[in-house]
Design a protein around this ligand. Sequence first.
Ligand SMILES: [Zn+2]
Length: 336
Amino acid sequence: MQVPGSESMKDLVKSTILSSGLLRLISPGASAAILMYHSVMENPSQHADSLGGIIHSKSEFRAQMELLARDYHPLSLEEVVRKLNAGEVLPARSVVITFDDGYTDNYEVAMPILNQLGVPATFYVTVDCVEKRKLPWPSRLRFAFRTTKRPRWTDARAESWNLCNPESREQAYLAACDDCCQLAGATQEEFVTSAEKQLQSRVPDDFNSLMMTFDQVRGLVRNNHIVGSHTMTHPNMAHVNECDAEIELVESKRTLEAELKIPIPHFSYPCPALTPHWSERTVAQSRAVGYSSAVTTNGGVVRAGDNPFSLKRIRPTKTAAGLRWNLECAFAGRTV
Ligand SMILES: [Zn+2]
């Protein structure tokens, strides 16, 4: 008899627990799982140097959506927010699909799969990146640090970072993110272009077509999906000053409303580098400027009584079996 390896043993234990229905028995009440996707591509490794690990393969994404359409209860974000505000019970095993950033593949690859299966989704767009068709700053910095041939990088405090191997380049990249996430608008752009110049590296121009056009964003709305704001320039909203935070909230809402000719009541917090990525101040600001909901990247499900301006989400793993495990644990009250 063959002894299973530790990974297949883990899978065996998980599938035994799932089929026993034990997790459903300990579920602490009705809740909705808001899933956070970014990018769906035929070949995820193609853009690993810029987008990193946020890409799902088209085949795995389809398998995950088929699972949700078959075994769960896909709801629109609007419906979950409405039920939360009305104090209504959420249907059992509710799931909500969201996408952050605004990549072209959301329109070209993910939307046809969602439409075919009748699964509604919400797409949060980084407005400046769509307007100017450029990748969000974490992707530009990742590409610069991963592909540079320069041996060293000097940060804003004149500290010199070794770039001689992948590990040291990653350390320098993370340090650059800690600094850049506190900047917004023109100051952020200066930081990124200065790093690109020093590292003699720049995201190739054709990578900019990875961001949607406004025509494509309008296409999402025409197909009955929701479009929300993911800020103008993707800063850490809890770490920029109050004035910059307000500009990010207001300008992105105003621009999307002018382009799409519909109200934009939903917001998604970017989560680059430092924690936290939202605060009581940003919750008050987002409500004051006219949003009616905001999603975070704090892990967990949404339950009755939760504040609609700081909704938790779940990062989906890359396989359908992994997603099922994520969801069953989350519905049973375990943070994933
Ligand atoms: Zn983002």
